[in-house]
Design a binder for this molecule. Structure first.
Ligand SMILES: Nc1ncnc2c1ncn2[C@@H]1O[C@H](COP(=O)(O)OP(=O)(O)OP(=O)(O)O)[C@@H](O)[C@H]1O
Ligand SMILES: [Mg+2]
Length: 228
């Protein structure tokens, strides 16, 4: 489903390579974690899937039969609608309620009123926040905010969910809950890609783990295990 072929990236002439000749294949329905130190290149790898970073030196990025790094800008919104993205800092609209944060995203993506009325409560229920539909983001805990951002990311039924350090601002209990939710989403058939610093998280997941170090894939394990 996803293919990185000879992917390298140097952000500036004088900077070090952010990625060095990465080759990876990810099948539809996989749950893959990328682990590595700060600056290793995890976000850069994920950004390439949504066109926010482009490989240099002839590298190629494929999602199904789409060559993402060569996609025409007018087609990017169509690709983006098939991909849900969640971030460490949630990126919720502060002046909108929980319900509105999800409904507005659906509206922008072209959903009609009936679809919105039908789907928003379902999505909020799925992530366990339906009781707080009328709250504003500043009235929520970090874990609750991340649930809303996951509901929003799922609102257009993505085939791929990208989670870049989604538990970076959360305590242990909330981290566990968000990871459990990502597993539930994966179990319903969505491909999930997770970037994290957190070895404990990948140990718990027991899914494929790719270790990135200085822009290179140094380890690709079918089931993550503790390493030093
Ligand atoms: N927009 C940018 N301009 C210049 N350099 C960048 C840019 N984005 C990332 N880099 C550099 O590329 C390298 C990889 O960064 P990246 O954000 O992919 O790492 P990361 O593994 O996601 O780190 P973190 O765990 O801190 O999020 C780093 O050296 C970083 O400084
Ligand atoms: Mg990052």
């Amino acid at each position: 489903m996803i293919k990185y072929q000879n992917v390298s990236k140097q952000y500036g002439k004088d900077s070090n390579s952010a990625l060095k000749n990465v080759n990876l294949e990810i099948k539809a329905g996989e749950f893959v974690s990328f682990i590595g130190a700060s600056g290793a290149g995890k976000s850069t790898l994920l950004k390439m899937l949504i066109g926010e970073a482009k490989p240099d030196r002839g590298g190629e990025i494929w999602i199904e039969d789409i060559r993402v790094d060569k996609i025409k800008s007018e087609f990017m919104p169509y690709l983006r609608r098939r991909i849900g993205v969640i971030f460490q800092d949630f990126k919720l609209l502060p002046s909108r309620t929980v319900y509105e944060n999800v409904s507005l995203a659906m509206e922008v993506a072209g959903a009609n009123k009936e679809e919105i009325k039908r789907d928003v409560p379902k999505l909020l229920d799925l992530v366990g926040i339906v009781a707080k539909s009328d709250r504003y983001p500043n009235e929520l805990s970090g874990g609750e905010k991340q649930r809303v951002s996951i509901a929003r990311a799922l609102s257009h039924n993505p085939i791929l969910l990208i989670a870049d350090e989604p538990t970076g601002n959360l305590d242990k209990a909330n981290t566990y809950e968000i990871i459990t939710l990502l597993l539930k989403i994966h179990n319903s058939g969505t491909t999930v890609l997770l970037a994290t610093h957190d070895q404990e998280v990948v140990d718990k997941l027991k899914k494929r783990v790719i270790t990135i170090q200085d822009g290179e894939v140094v380890l690709d394990q079918e089931v993550g295990m503790y390493y030093i």
